[in-house]
Design a protein around this ligand. Sequence first.
Ligand SMILES: C[S@@+](CC[C@H](N)C(=O)[O-])C[C@H]1O[C@@H](n2cnc3c(N)ncnc32)[C@H](O)[C@@H]1O
Length: 214
Amino acid sequence: MSEKRTKLFDEWAETYDDSVTKVSGFPFEGYDQVLETIVRLTEPSAGMTVLDVGIGTGNLAGRLTAAGCRVWGMDFSTRMLAKAREKLPGVELIKADLAGDWPIDVDLTFDRVVSAYVFHEFDCETKVGYLRRFADQHLAEHGRLVIGDVSFRSVKARREAHRQWEGAWDEDEHYWAADRAIEALGRSGLVVGYTQVSFCGGVYVIEPAPVDRG
Ligand SMILES: C[S@@+](CC[C@H](N)C(=O)[O-])C[C@H]1O[C@@H](n2cnc3c(N)ncnc32)[C@H](O)[C@@H]1O
């Protein structure tokens, strides 16, 4: 499955930026605001270490480096990584498949793990599994995950949007429904805050539940 998806993203790399910023409607309505919301909820500061999962052409990473963060970017598409390299020569790039070997080949923990428009590649259970592993293996103490994506407030809102945007809906993708995702992440011991940014874009702030030492 990943080989087919890698090819798709390699082929998309050249025109990607135009396709997310110059269109309106589903699925990228509010793309810039979603990235800005991720940055705001990241609370960036000089020297903060950040891993951008699925860095793509570097649109989110660029905002975070501008805010003084030290950014690492991972992606499985060689051509997306080449675009990110052109724009952001100072960012450390890691070629890795989220669905491949684990842990990713970087022996580091980060103050923040961020991602934009990537996790809809995976069903709800797989999303939760990967996010739990990032929290356990790549998050520094008091760190947080900030994840933006195609996301609806509820399963009901997602169903209604599916009906309305039938032609643009990719049946192989798994767009988030916040009510269901928050419940599933909670069962996995993660505490979640959610911001709906556009009708189809939202941002999750995810932290490990505090350990009860009593
Ligand atoms: C829709 S683009 C988003 C890019 C960027 N984060 C942004 O917001 O503009 C999805 C990115 O995730 C990467 N990606 C998708 N599935 C992946 C996987 N299994 N492992 C690593 N990267 C993946 C793609 O190559 C692509 O660069």
